[in-house]
Design a protein around this ligand. Structure first.
Ligand SMILES: [Zn+2]
Length: 90
């Protein structure tokens, strides 16, 4: 009888671990998203060009129309500037 309880307990623990891995929510499974020291701002920013989320430290920032925008790469920054189509007039 004790063995059955032990098996049920193991199944329960396994189920909980599986559930944690299968649900990519804000819950960090174990030490996965361990914050490194030095990178105080660990919030992700979104690339306005391609929509990719990335760390601000790894992106390329540019000041456009007085606003500071951050892109994931120089390619996206250039594309954004191209697509911006400033109204200079003919
Ligand atoms: Zn991008």
């Amino acid at each position: 009888m004790a063995r059955i309880l032990l098996i049920l307990l193991l199944l329960f623990i396994g189920y909980r671990i599986f559930k944690r891995f299968s649900s990519p929510g804000k819950q960090v499974p174990f030490g996965w998203g361990d914050r490194r020291e030095g990178t105080g701002d660990a919030e992700l920013v979104q690339d306005p060009q391609c929509g990719t989320y990335f760390l601000p430290g790894s992106g390329v920032s540019a000041r456009i129309d007085g606003r500071k925008l951050t892109f994931c790469s120089e390619q996206c920054r250039d594309d954004y500037l191209k697509n911006r189509s400033p109204s200079k007039g003919p």
